[in-house]
Design a binder for this molecule. Structure first.
Ligand code: ADP
Ligand code: MG
Length: 244
């Protein structure tokens, strides 16, 4: 569904060129919960940004359903970011002045014209409420971010990521700022979304404890991806098998 082909990416720091991705290939299958592990600085965030068209590779190509997406005009990339991808970050990135409900609705404010918003407002609010209930935040809709715990902030961020019915959730260290128990709850939530609603998830993490909940693990080393033997752990649990 989402394919990266021979990606190269380097950053420039003053006169120094820092290569991060060195011919990386990756294939994400429809409906899978993939985790990408790797040391800090190995390029996990860079890769996720490229997959989600938040940044562009120096060379190489990215395909969604066989269509190239890394070189689209801005307007098409905006649409992809709003409609196809959902993003979850380590530091939540909720807007401090907005209530939980308004934060969750933000992608819809952005994705609609004023008229379109007026027309679909009540439907979108109902959807936001439904999602907030689903992530266990139905009782916190009027709270502002500073009144919420880390786990609650991330739950709200998950609801926001889901608002536009994305096909792919891209999660960058979603548990990185949470204690172990709260982090487990967030991963369980993602696991349920993947299993019950078929959302494809790509999760980047350096926490090996949480990847056992996912279908497949790949590791980033030296700017490329290698398959990881951890994926063959006995606790490996396929959503397809669970459905049988
Ligand atoms: P990870 O998420 O695995 O920790 P990143 O993708 O954030 O790794 O970063 C990979 C490398 O690229 C690091 O060495 C980092 O310092 C560098 N890097 C990341 N973003 C930038 C940037 N915008 N400008 C310069 N260097 C960057
Ligand atoms: Mg990172």
């Amino acid at each position: 569904m989402l394919t990266a082909e021979n990606l190269h990416k380097a950053y420039r720091r003053q006169a120094v060129r820092v290569p991060v991705l060195n011919g990386l290939d990756l294939e994400v299958k429809t409906g899978e919960f993939l985790s990408i592990v790797g040391a800090s600085g190995s390029g996990k965030s860079t890769l996720l940004h490229l997959l989600g068209t938040l940044d562009a590779p120096d060379s190489g190509r990215i395909f969604l359903d066989g269509k190239r997406i890394d070189n689209l005009p801005n307007r098409d990339r905006d649409a992809l970011r709003n409609r196809v991808f959902g993003y979850i970050f380590q530091f939540y990135h909720l807007l401090p002045e907005l209530t939980t409900l308004d934060n969750v609705l933000m992608p819809a404010y952005i994705g609609h014209s004023v008229l379109g918003w007026m027309k679909s407002r009540s439907k979108l609010r109902a959807r936001a409420m439904e999602l907030l209930t689903k992530v266990g935040m139905g009782h916190r809709i009027k709270h502002r971010p500073r009144e919420l715990s880390g786990g609650e902030l991330q739950r709200a961020a998950v609801a926001r990521a889901l608002l536009m019915n994305p096909r792919v959730l891209l999660a960058d260290e979603p548990t990185g700022n949470l204690d172990a128990a709260t982090g487990d709850e967030i991963v369980r939530l993602l696991r349920d979304l993947n299993r019950d609603d078929g959302v494809t998830i790509v999760m980047v993490t350096h926490n090996l404890d949480i990847v056992t909940a996912t279908d497949r693990v790949v590791r980033m080393v030296g700017g490329v991806v290698t398959d990881d033997t951890m994926a063959k752990k006995p606790s490996f649990h396929s959503p397809l098998l669970a459905a049988v």
